[in-house]
Ligand binder design. Structure first.
Ligand code: ZN
Length: 368
C-alpha cells in the first residue's frame, strides 16, 4: 500500500518568504518551543508539540482519536528503530508526540507547538492522483531540504499534512522527522523526480521505513546542535583485558587459562553492563577448552567494580572444560584505572581466578 512511489514522499523544508515568527520572542537554543527534550536517566525523549488545525464539524470524536492514535503509531515507528542503537554509548533516544487538535477559530498563536494544517491546498503541489503533497516549512529555515538542522528545537515550524497522510504511518513518521531536525534522504530534480541520496535508499527519511543507525546518530547530533549537550548524561566506557585461570577436579585434574578483551558501559547511576570474548590460552585438560563471548553485569561504586561474568549465548560449553563464570570485585586505583584478581571456588574442586585490567576510555570518563 505504501509503495506508491516517490510521489508519495513528502517534501522537505522549503524556504518561504521571510516573515516574523508568530511566536514573537523565541526561547534560547536548548529550550524547545515546538520540539522539546526530556531526560529521564539514560532515556532521552524528544517531545514534538503539535497544534493540529482541523476544521470544526469535519471530524467527530472517533476521527479525532484516530488522528491522535496515528500520530502515536508514527512515533512508534521511530522508537522501534531508536531502541536498537544507543547514542553517547548508552542513551536511548525516543520520540513522543504531544498533539492537540485545534479548530482554526480557536487557534492560540502562543501555543508552543508546531502548527500543522490539515485542510486547504498544498504549498508544494499535488501528486498524480490529485492528493496534496504534505510539507513542513520553516520561515526561518534553510534552503537545502536534505540538510539536518536544529530549527524545530528552537522555534515553531509549520506544516501541511492532508488527511490521507494520517493513514500512512511511515509517511507521517517521515514528516515528523522534519520536526526534530532531520532532512530528506532524497533529492528532487527540476522535473520533480526524486532519487535517494547515496546510501540512503529505503530509510524513513527517504521513502522507506528503516530507522538505520545513521538516522539515530543524526537525531542525536541535532540535539547537540540545539544546545542539549550539557543536559545529556554521559556514560563511562571501560575497556581492557580479562584473564581467567581455572583448575578442575578433586583431586586436581587439569587447568585452563583463558584470555580475552572486555568492554563495559557504566551508566551515571553506576549500573554496569558489557561483553567481551575469551579464548583458551593454554590448557592441560584432555578435552580442550571453550572459546566464545562473555557477558558482564554489575555496578561501579566509588571504589570498585562489583561484577558478575558468564558465558555469552554463542559460547558453547565444550565436552568437559568450559568457562563457568563467577563474580569479581575489582578495585579502582584511580579515576580511570581498575585492576585486580578475584578467586571463585565453585566447589567440587573447580576454582576460577579472574584477573581484570580496565581503563576508562572516551568522552564520558571522569577527569583523571
Ligand atoms: Zn521530507
Amino acid at each position: 500500500m505504501r509503495r506508491l512511489g516517490s510521489l508519495l514522499v513528502a517534501l522537505g523544508l522549503i524556504v518561504a518568504t521571510a516573515v516574523p515568527s508568530a511566536a514573537g520572542q523565541e526561547g534560547p537554543a536548548g529550550h524547545g518551543v515546538g520540539t522539546d527534550v526530556r531526560v529521564d536517566g539514560t532515556t532521552v525523549t524528544v517531545i514534538v508539540h503539535l497544534s493540529v488545525l482541523v476544521r470544526r464539524g469535519l471530524v467527530d470524536a472517533s476521527v479525532r482519536q484516530y488522528l491522535l492514535d496515528q500520530l502515536d503509531a508514527a512515533a512508534d515507528r521511530w522508537n522501534r528503530g531508536l531502541a536498537r542503537r544507543p547514542f553517547f554509548d548508552c542513551l536511548t533516544l525516543r520520540v513522543e508526540v504531544d498533539a492537540s487538535l485545534v479548530h482554526p477559530v480557536d487557534r492560540d498563536f502562543d501555543a508552543p507547538g508546531h502548527v500543522i494544517t490539515t485542510y486547504g491546498s498544498s504549498h508544494v503541489g499535488t501528486m498524480a492522483d490529485g492528493r496534496g503533497l504534505p510539507s513542513v516549512w520553516d520561515p526561518e529555515g534553510q534552503s537545502d531540504p536534505s540538510a539536518d538542522y536544529a530549527g524545530p528545537f528552537e522555534h515553531r515550524v509549520e506544516g501541511y499534512w492532508p488527511p490521507w497522510l494520517f493513514d500512512d504511518t511511515a509517511a507521517l513518521a517521515h514528516e515528523m522527522g522534519h520536526l526534530f531536525g532531520l532532512g530528506d534522504d532524497y533529492v528532487r530534480d527540476e522535473d520533480g523526480n526524486v532519487s535517494p541520496l547515496e546510501g540512503r535508499e529505503g530509510t524513513l527519511m527517504d521513502s522507506g521505513d528503516a530507522v538505520d543507525p545513521a538516522l539515530v546518530d543524526r537525531l542525536g547530533a541535532s540535539l547537540l546542535e540545539a544546545g542539549y549537550g550539557d543536559q545529556l548524561p554521559r556514560c563511562e566506557v571501560w575497556t581492557g583485558t580479562l584473564d581467567v585461570r581455572a583448575e578442575f577436579g578433586s583431586p586436581y585434574e587439569c587447568e585452563v587459562s583463558w584470555r580475552g578483551e572486555v568492554t563495559l558501559t557504566v551508566e551515571p547511576d553506576g549500573t554496569t553492563s558489557g561483553s567481551g570474548r575469551v579464548a583458551a590460552d593454554g590448557s592441560t585438560c584432555p578435552a580442550g577448552a571453550s572459546t566464545g563471548s562473555i557477558v558482564v553485569t554489575g555496578t561501579k561504586t566509588a571504589s570498585s567494580f562489583e561484577l558478575t561474568y558468564a558465558r555469552g549465548p554463542d559460547h558453547g560449553c565444550g565436552p568437559v572444560f568450559c568457562l563457568g563464570g563467577g563474580t569479581a570485585s575489582i578495585p579502582l586505583s584511580g579515576p580511570t584505572v581498575a585492576e585486580g584478581s578475584t578467586p571463585n571456588d565453585l566447589g567440587a574442586g573447580t576454582r576460577f581466578v579472574s584477573t581484570w585490567s580496565l581503563r576508562c576510555t572516551g568522552a564520558g570518563c571522569p577527569a583523571s
